[in-house]
Every structure is written in C-alpha cells, then in structure tokens.
Design a protein around this ligand. Structure first.
Ligand SMILES: C[S@@+](CC[C@H](N)C(=O)[O-])C[C@H]1O[C@@H](n2cnc3c(N)ncnc32)[C@H](O)[C@@H]1O
Length: 358
C-alpha cells in the first residue's frame, strides 16, 4: 500500500514540478529538473504541504530534513555586508553596539542561572566549568567572553571573518580567556556537519532577525546540541510597538544603531518561535520580556514580550524505544524510568509565567 501511495506521490511531485515550480519553466530532462528543484525553496514547502497527508510520516520527515540540510543557507548576503562594514566597532562601549554591551547585564545571568538549574553546581568563581557552549553569530565576542570567564569552554562562530578577527584580538588581551574562548569564521550549517551533539548550550543572541532561513538555523541548533542541551535566544518581536521602538526610535530618531540595521519582516513573535522550536524537537522552558531604556542605556526585565524577549529551550531527549519497555515488570509507567518525556513534563510545569504579545 505504501508503495502505491509513494508511487502516486512521486508522479505528482514530477507533474507539479513541471507546472508549478518557477525554476522549472524551461525544458529539460526529469533528472535535471529534479536536481534544480532540490535547491529551490519551494521544494521544501511543497513537500511539507503534500507529505502531511501521507501515512508514512517517518519517510516524509526524513525527506524534508534532507532537503533542509543540503539545500538551505542561513546567510543573507546583505546582512553579512552590513556587519562587515561595522566590524571595527564591536568594542567601542559608546558606539553602535553599546546596547549589546549593556544587554549583558540581563543575558549573562539569564544564561548562567538557567544552566545552573539544569546542570550541577560548581564553585562560585567558575559556575559554568565543564560546559561547552556555542555562541552563534558571536560578532566581536561581547557575550562569548563573560561566559568564558564563568568557566565554560565557549566557541564563538560568525560568518563575517573580520568579526572573528576582532574577537580573537580582544580575547588575546585576557590570559584568563586563553583556555576558555575560541573563535571560528564559519556558518552554523558548516559546523553542524562536523560537530553533532557536541555542545551543552547554544546561544543565538540578537541573531535570528538577521537570517535568511530560520528553519534551517533552528534545525542546525538541534543537531549540534547534546540531548537535554540548552538553546538560548534573545531577539525582537514583530509588533507595531517593535516597529516604533526598534526602527523608528532606535534607528531613525535616536540613532542608537545605524539606519537599516533591522528589517521588521524578519522579526519573529514568541508564539511563532515557540511553534517552530517545538516542531523541531525543543521544549520551551522560559520566556521573558526585556526593556531597553535609551535615556540611561540600561536594560531591565519586564512582563511584556512586545518588543525584546529572551527564551530558553531544551533539546528533548529521544523517546524510549518501544521494544525496550517491559510492560509487566513492576506495574509502574515505563516513562517514569526515563528522563525523557517525564522530565519534559516536570519542566513544563515549572516554566516561567509570561505575557505573550504576538
Ligand atoms: C546583532 S549582532 C549580535 C552579535 C552577538 N551575538 C552579540 O549579541 O553581541 C548579529 C551577528 O550575527 C551575525 N550573523 C549574520 N548572519 C548570520 C548567520 N546566518 N549565521 C550566524 N551569524 C550571523 C553577524 O555577523 C553579527 O555578528
């Protein structure tokens, strides 16, 4: 039955590829058309739309994930050019990145405290000792360095080579960072090919709003994290208020950041992000609103996530294998013996309260 269904589906893929995909208007062989289409963004959307009706979702999911991993880049060349032009400004405390420097007052304790909730406690001076952290889109290392000082081994990656050069140079002035901080100019997709399930935590702070493909990015975060590992995100909501504060005020009027830094269409609401994370194998633990006061240049936590927010999610552990469960062992629910879904439920129950603004 599956063969017939798959056969019909394959015919339909071919038929629709010929008439619907904008990249396939010219004549060509079927293999050429399919090869071209593999790199077409619509292919993944098409697969997701049509495969959701099929019964063999395992095959469908693997197909979609394959297309995701081989075809998509998170890089937006315009964003790369933008950050290339600002690369020498990272460590100017009063400059274009001043707001990111002061954001450390919230995000460093947020990351530290959430990691300490998940992992065992170490001496106060090095609370994150023994943890491997990946800082994706690290820029000049503004967040990478303080986490290295807390004892973690942190790898900062950024697609802009000059950012990485500046970050390395700055870290070289502090001997404490020598064994704790490393940098590499590459994309997350490239790293995900090499470092599967390698990190205890992944950070993407003020990065999501600069990507070409968020699905691929989250998928790669999942790949590089160990099961049960933490994903930390700070980003900007897509609301009318965020348009006024992050673009009109911050860029045009107060010039806190250069004009054109943000594209409102790329902002993501907490609800959209939670949905994407949960469908990608994460469970969201904590979501908190943040507020930037331009008068004093300081950040504070607030209930509303209408503009800026911070999120912590955990990579779910694998479901226990069906054939490992022994039903008549002791009368207890088998899931109680695993720290997979059981732990997920406990953590979800203990999740921070928050106000959603979509
Ligand atoms: C607003 S900065 C944030 C820097 C750093 N995370 C911080 O908060 O201090 C955004 C960074 O994302 C990087 N970036 C742009 N596109 C990226 C991509 N596709 N993958 C990873 N990083 C990217 C930029 O080069 C830049 O360094």
């Amino acid at each position: 039955m599956y063969c017939n269904t798959f056969g019909r589906f394959a015919c339909r893929v071919f038929r629709e590829s010929r008439f619907q995909c904008p990249m396939n208007k010219g004549q060509g062989t079927m293999s050429k058309r399919l090869a071209t289409w593999t790199s077409c963004k619509h292919y993944k959307q098409f697969l997701e739309r049509h495969l959701s009706n099929l019964k063999f979702m395992g095959v469908a999911t693997r197909l979609v994930q394959h297309v995701r991993t081989v075809s998509h880049s998170t890089l937006d060349p315009a964003e790369v050019r933008k950050f290339q032009a600002m690369a020498n400004k990272w460590w100017d405390l009063q400059g274009d990145f001043a707001a990111l420097h002061s954001l450390n007052d919230l995000r460093v304790p947020f990351i530290r405290d959430n990691l300490l909730n998940v992992h065992s406690v170490h001496p106060i001076s090095k609370p994150l000792a023994g943890l491997r952290i990946l800082d994706v889109g690290c820029g000049g290392g503004l967040l990478t360095e303080p986490l290295g000082r807390l004892g973690a081994v942190v790898l900062g990656i950024d697609p802009v080579e000059d950012n990485v050069r500046i970050a390395e140079l700055h870290a070289s002035h502090d001997p404490v960072l020598q064994d704790h901080v490393q940098y590499r100019a590459c994309t997350l997709e490239e790293l995900a090919d090499e470092e599967e399930e390698h990190f205890d935590a992944v950070l993407a702070s003020e990065v999501l709003e600069h990507l070409a493909d968020l699905d691929t990015f989250i998928h790669c975060c999942h790949c590089v994290l160990k099961p049960g590992g933490s994903l930390f995100i700070t980003t900007i909501n897509r609301t009318q208020l965020s348009y006024v504060s992050s673009i009109v005020l911050a860029e045009w009027l107060l010039r806190i950041v250069p004009g054109g830094t943000h594209d409102w269409d790329k902002f993501i609401t907490p609800v959209e992000l939670e949905r994407l994370l949960e469908s990608s194998g994460f469970c969201v633990e904590s979501l908190r609103g943040m507020f930037y006061n331009p008068a004093c240049g300081a950040w504070s936590w607030q209930k509303s996530t209408a503009v800026n927010y911070a999120l912590h999610a955990l990579k779910q552990r694998a479901e226990p294998q069906q054939d490992h469960i022994q039903p008549e062992s002791d009368g207890l629910d088998a899931s109680a013996h695993t720290d997979g879904p059981h732990q997920y439920n406990i953590r979800t129950a203990g999740r921070d309260t928050h106000t959603h603004t979509t």
